[in-house]
Design a protein around this ligand. Structure first.
Ligand code: HEC
Length: 238
């Protein structure tokens, strides 16, 4: 563990309390990715911003969600302007319910939108449009295109289109962006997290250095950041 220092390298101490430079814990989560398209980029962005409101923590909000990026027409399934969002929950069932609530209350109700699964290769699938179709009061219809089922739900300004099922995959909560970026290209995160409580800080450092030699993409300084993170979160208690 290192102690936080100010720009002069002096350890921070406040009222006799040493402030330690550490990281947030990590925990297993399930992730989904939603693509929203609309007539204009403004409507797509507004829809996603509304959907991801009050979603800062799974503890208080049952979901963590945010805008991922805005998408140009050549990046979306229906060739219209769009935006993507990432949503994280504790498990697939909970995430499925959150998708249903949030898409139903914010995307369906936003003019000109359509909603697509952004993780077509994810192994687990949860029903979203398949439940939301009931908003159509029996006027809904379904269509299959290239192996995907879509529901068309009539709304005041025309039609809301939504994919029947959405992909859900494993994710990790907490502040370990380096781990998620650099340590998932050759093996699953499970290959790392299964050693929770098993390795000491020195051993985690050896592993990170070895993985960098194998080819893990780590920038200057990231070996230390990641070692500290792994020691704090997955480290053996010394
Ligand atoms: C270029 C491919 C590659 C990348 C990227 C990679 N690994 Fe690995 N990792 C491997 C291979 C191959 C093995 C199995 C062979 C071994 O254990 O040396 C492995 C095994 C492991 C193990 C198991 C070690 C044991 O004791 O059995 C851990 C832990 C691990 N990696 C962590 C990481 C971390 C942390 C990162 C991110 C910095 C990472 N890996 C990125 C290739 C990679």
């Amino acid at each position: 563990m290192t102690t936080a220092t100010n720009e002069n390298g002096v350890a921070l101490e406040r009222r006799g309390v040493r402030i330690v430079d550490t990281f947030a814990e990590a925990f297993d989560m399930r992730a989904s990715r939603v693509i929203v398209t609309a007539k204009t980029p403004e409507w797509a962005r507004t829809a996603v911003q509304t959907m991801t409101g009050f979603a800062t923590s799974v503890i208080g909000c049952k979901v963590e969600a945010a805008l991922e990026s805005e998408l140009s027409p050549d990046q979306t399934p229906d060739g219209r302007p769009g935006a993507s969002a990432l949503l994280f929950g504790f498990d697939a069932a909970g995430l499925s319910q959150r998708l249903l609530d949030r898409i139903g209350q914010t995307i369906l109700t936003c003019p000109t939108t359509a909603c697509f699964d952004g993780l077509p290769d994810a192994p687990e699938r949860v029903i979203v449009g398949g439940h939301m179709r009931h908003f159509g009061d029996k006027y809904q219809s379904s269509r299959s295109l290239a192996g995907h089922r879509y529901w068309r739900i009539p709304v005041m300004e025309g039609e809301f289109l939504i994919e029947a099922k959405f992909g859900v995959q494993k994710g990790i909560g907490g502040g370990k962006k380096v781990l998620q970026r650099a340590c998932v290209t050759c093996h699953d995160l499970d290959e790392v997290t299964k050693f929770k409580g098993y390795y000491t800080r020195v051993q985690w450092n050896d592993i990170v250095v070895t993985m960098e030699e194998y080819g893990a993409d780590l920038a200057d300084g990231e070996i230390d950041i990641l070692t500290q993170y792994l020691a704090d979160v997955l480290g053996k208690k010394e």
